[in-house]
Ligand binder design. Sequence first.
Ligand code: FES
Length: 113
Amino acid sequence: MKKRFLCTFQQLKENSPNLFPIPQHPGVVVFKNGEEVAVYENRCPHAGAPLDAARFHKGVITCLWHGWKFRFPSGICMTDDTPALRKIPVEIQENYVFIMLEEAPEKHPDDDH
Ligand code: FES
């Protein structure tokens, strides 16, 4: 796991998705409700819609593709028994928001052969 700086707490918009693109990764989307923050992989577990287009209202994240609903901050699906949103560990230190990301496996020189 690699600790990565994301933004300051004040930079996060309230009650709407905050997208952070990450190279070699679907990106992460941050939802903030008051002092509470949750970070998820930017991909709906149903069919892969980007969550930065989701709606966030009264603690419920609604995917725009098919309307499935997920509970904030757990990411548990309220529509089906589908897997929950993939949470990314987040740490807030002082005013700074950090995430813990798994590092992509290093490519071995022999992989191309
Ligand atoms: S892709 Fe999100 S509800 Fe279908």
